[in-house]
Design a protein. Structure first.
Length: 259
């Protein structure tokens, strides 16, 4: 009996040692992966900084966006660490595409501030944690305004991202009036992902017109934009109730200020 017990304990000790060794190896691999990720993210951050010409305002916005994503990951909302890698790659790609463009505000802020704000609204206001939708938000104007192509987006970020970007990309060969009419007509047929991106985009634009309007936009033009945006928003599927509610709040606030 003693021999059997000693033999059993010996086997158990060996199995325990092997399990401990496996756990140590697994922990080492995780640590190495995290180190690799940290190094990759630092590299992406440096590239982003170059594309925005070292703008402190933009780097603060970029860091805030990362914090929002990390919070969602820690709270287990559906985002994973590997998703963050893809999203930051998309942010850097957007910064590269838009690097020679600025917004039409008085500060002439780097244009990439717009897609980053749209993507952050998708997460923080829309409560949408689908990495493909967040990436599409970052890239939603790359086809309209930059050298990027659909095939490039598909190869780098996947078919779902490409599909959403296609839905929200306008046909610039048409007049602005025709494009706006088409958006109203097509709004009810938008996919959930495209609807979320379009709502977040409209929210940024309306807030921008409410608090930081382009210096060359007269009141009449801003009024018309709010009227048009209301029509689009009302016809979009309710893919995110919180985004749609916030849009209605901003529209209501604008008209209240004009009364």
């Amino acid at each position: 009996m003693k021999k059997f017990l000693c033999y059993f304990l010996g086997i158990a000790s060996l199995v325990g040692a092997q399990a401990t060794s496996a756990a140590v190896a697994a922990n080492t691999q995780v640590a190495q992966l995290e180190t690799s990720r940290d190094s990759l993210r630092e590299s992406v951050s440096k590239q982003f900084q170059e594309f925005v010409k070292g703008s402190k305002e933009m780097m603060n916005q970029y860091d805030g966006f990362i914090n929002t994503l990390n919070k969602a990951i820690k709270e287990d909302k559906g985002l994973k660490a590997k998703d963050l890698d893809r999203i930051l790659d998309a942010a850097c790609f957007a910064a590269e595409c838009h690097q020679h463009q600025t917004r039409k505000n008085a500060k002439q802020t780097p244009y990439v501030s717009h897609p980053i704000a749209v993507a952050e609204s998708v997460v923080s206001i829309g409560k949408v944690y689908d990495a493909d939708v967040i990436i599409a938000a970052l890239l939603h104007e790359t086809i309209d305004d930059t050298h990027a192509t659909f095939s490039e987006i598909r190869e780098r970020f996947g078919t779902k991202v490409e599909s959403i970007v296609r839905e929200v990309t306008e046909d610039k060969s048409l007049s602005s009036i025709k494009r706006k009419k088409i958006q109203i007509i097509q709004a009810p047929t938008r996919s959930e992902g495209a609807s979320v991106v379009q709502m977040a985009d409209q929210l940024f634009n309306l807030n921008n017109l409410l608090y930081d309007a382009p210096t060359d936009w007269p009141r009449e033009r801003i009024d018309q934009y709010f009227q048009w945006s209301q029509s689009v928003v009302d016809n979009l599927p309710e893919a995110s109730k919180s985004l749609k509610d916030e849009l209605h709040r901003v529209i209501k606030e604008y008209w209240k200020k004009q009364a």
